[in-house]
Design a protein around this ligand. Structure first.
Ligand code: SAM
Length: 211
């Protein structure tokens, strides 16, 4: 289970680089995307790629488990930590031994820079279209560029006192950490976003001092 960058290639760890360069078999989402990453890392050795996606995970699992009887298989996703809103859960659950190679994850990267309490937090991944309630602790949400404005407006209208931070294009050239009070929703730029929401128990508007 090998984490890869969420934007900036330099964020790949030495350990992840070594494992990916030496792996003979790599299970990944987009074989072209991962092939390019391996090339950028400087690979020359031939490799076999097995495509693993949410919709085919159950079927390819058997194939990968068979490979695992004689070989190591490196599992990566298109970006960040596999299994975190990405495929891999069923495979990891079925495998006899899993070695995690930790690294970038958009949720934790965003949390570390948002200035919201970090002592307790909840990761919700992508919200369902109809969601009910957000808790009174820091909540981390993934959202697609197409739905970002809608989701943020909905959160803002349901919880006018909530402190909302958007982590945009993390680790990339146009990275921004935006406190929503300072940014106009209608002109949100395209790109990848993590939404962080903190609902203070009392309705104090200022950002919390506690951690
Ligand atoms: N496995 C990944 C991880 O470890 O963060 C997440 C994959 S999930 C399919 C993709 C979502 O993660 C995006 O829609 C966005 O919400 C968030 N994301 C990924 N990369 C990001 C980045 N560089 N900046 C902001 N959000 C990012």
């Amino acid at each position: 289970m090998v984490a890869t960058p969420i934007g900036n290639l330099e964020d790949i760890s030495l350990r992840a680089t070594k494992i990916l360069l030496n792996a003979q078999i790599i299970a990944c989402e987009d074989t072209g995307h991962t092939g390019n990453l391996i090339k950028l890392l400087g690979n020359t050795k031939p490799k076999r790629y097995i495509s693993i996606r949410d919709f085919n995970e159950a079927q390819v699992i058997e194939k990968i488990l068979l490979e695992l009887e004689n070989n190591d298989v490196a599992l990566v996703s298109d970006a960040g930590t596999p299994l975190i809103s990405d495929p891999g859960f069923k495979l990891v659950r079925a495998a006899k031994k899993v070695v995690p190679i930790p690294g970038p994850c958009a949720a934790i990267t965003a949390l570390s820079a948002a200035g919201l309490p970090t002592n307790k937090f909840l990761f919700l991944g992508f919200l369902p279209k109809k969601w009910k309630i957000l808790p009174e602790i820091t909540t981390i949400i993934y959202e697609s560029p197409m739905r970002i404005e809608k989701t943020v407006s909905e959160i803002k209208s349901r919880y006018p006192d909530a402190q909302i931070v958007l982590a945009h294009e993390l680790t990339k050239i146009h990275e921004q950490i935006l406190k929503i009070e300072n940014c106009k929703l209608k002109i949100l730029a395209k790109g990848e976003y993590v939404i962080l929401v903190y609902r203070p128990k009392d309705s104090v508007q200022s950002y919390p001092k506690e951690n």
